[in-house]
Write a protein that binds this ligand. Structure first.
Ligand SMILES: NC(=O)c1ccc[n+]([C@@H]2O[C@H](COP(=O)([O-])OP(=O)(O)OC[C@H]3O[C@@H](n4cnc5c(N)ncnc54)[C@H](O)[C@@H]3O)[C@@H](O)[C@H]2O)c1
Length: 271
């Protein structure tokens, strides 16, 4: 269903790896709502990925960029404006990667080279993108930047290891750059703290399947799906949320404010 919420807007969508990706669903919904978009991902991911299919479906161009590389990010913003014919109205940051998690290294044993990489890819990349856009004044007034986060930024989740710090840093950058970009061009910057979702990044975490079921039982509305996340992102890109900025917005079916549910108690009942 399209209400043309994003008619006439130009967006950059990072992180669409395959059709399970939160970014993939968001790209489809943004296109459905009338937006013109550019898709981007790390060159290495795109060789493996199926992003060309998404580009065909959304009639969009693909501009590769490693989000830790300033030259590639600069090229991304220059080319995106050329291709779409004007300044950018919205950006989705949907980038996360931890080699410590991939290699199953626990929190007390973290490898610090990997740790730095986690922070660079998953958090500093937002600062880099905002900084590139800010310096070339590439985002229109009242533009909207959304980054995807997770509640491990606030509370400890044993399996999330160094990604917890990455998300805490990401949300801090949302607030800090949100202030500066708000003053500069009324650009808003928010993070969406999403339920566990079965994607490549999510599924790569040990014990994720069990935790997904736990969160499902402990959320009054159940886990928020990737489609629902995409809808929420679209609303944040739209003009209906113009005065929302510097926020971390929970999109988790109520999980973040739930202590315990009857369903979870039932699952643990001894008889
Ligand atoms: N899946 C979940 O349970 C969940 C929950 C909350 C938040 N998130 C966040 O949502 C975002 C999207 O993840 P997803 O779950 O859709 O998984 P995904 O694996 O589909 O997406 C992660 C993306 O990050 C990209 N990426 C990695 N390194 C990069 C780099 N150097 N430069 C550019 N891109 C790079 C990958 O290629 C991939 O497309 C991430 O920030 C993730 O932490 C996911």
């Amino acid at each position: 269903m399209s209400n043309n919420l994003l008619q006439g807007k130009r967006g950059i969508i990072t992180g669409a790896l395959d059709e399970n990706s939160l970014a993939w669903k968001t790209a489809l919904k943004a296109h459905e709502q009338g937006a013109q978009i550019v898709l981007t991902n790390a060159p290495i991911a795109m060789r493996m990925g199926e992003i060309k299919k998404l580009a065909e479906q959304t009639k969009s161009e693909i501009i590769p960029a490693d989000a830790t590389n300033m030259d590639e990010l600069t090229n991304l913003f220059i080319k995106s404006q050329e291709v779409m014919g004007g300044k950018i109205d919205f950006v989705l940051h949907a980038i996360g990667m931890s080699t410590n998690i991939r290699k199953n290294i626990g929190y007390t044993e973290l490898n610090y080279d990997f740790y730095n990489k986690t922070l660079d890819v998953s958090a500093l990349s937002l600062h880099r993108m905002l900084s590139v856009a800010y310096k070339m004044d590439a985002i229109n007034e009242w533009g909207s930047v959304v980054a995807l986060s997770y509640i491990a930024a606030q509370r400890t989740f044993s399996f999330y290891t160094d990604m917890a710090e990455a998300k805490a840093m990401l949300e801090s950058i949302v607030r800090s750059y949100g202030y500066h970009y708000g003053k500069f061009r009324k650009v808003r910057v928010n993070s969406v703290s999403q339920s566990p979702t079965k994607t490549t990044a999510g599924g790569g975490i040990k014990g994720f399947g069990d935790f997904y079921d736990f969160a499902q039982l402990n959320s009054p509305l159940g886990n928020a799906s990737a489609e629902a996340c995409a809808d929420y992102c679209v609303s944040l890109f739209s003009d209906y949320t113009k005065m929302v900025t510097m926020q971390n917005l929970y999109h988790d079916g109520g999980y973040s404010y739930t202590g315990i549910t009857d369903d979870l108690l039932k699952a643990f009942a001894k008889e």
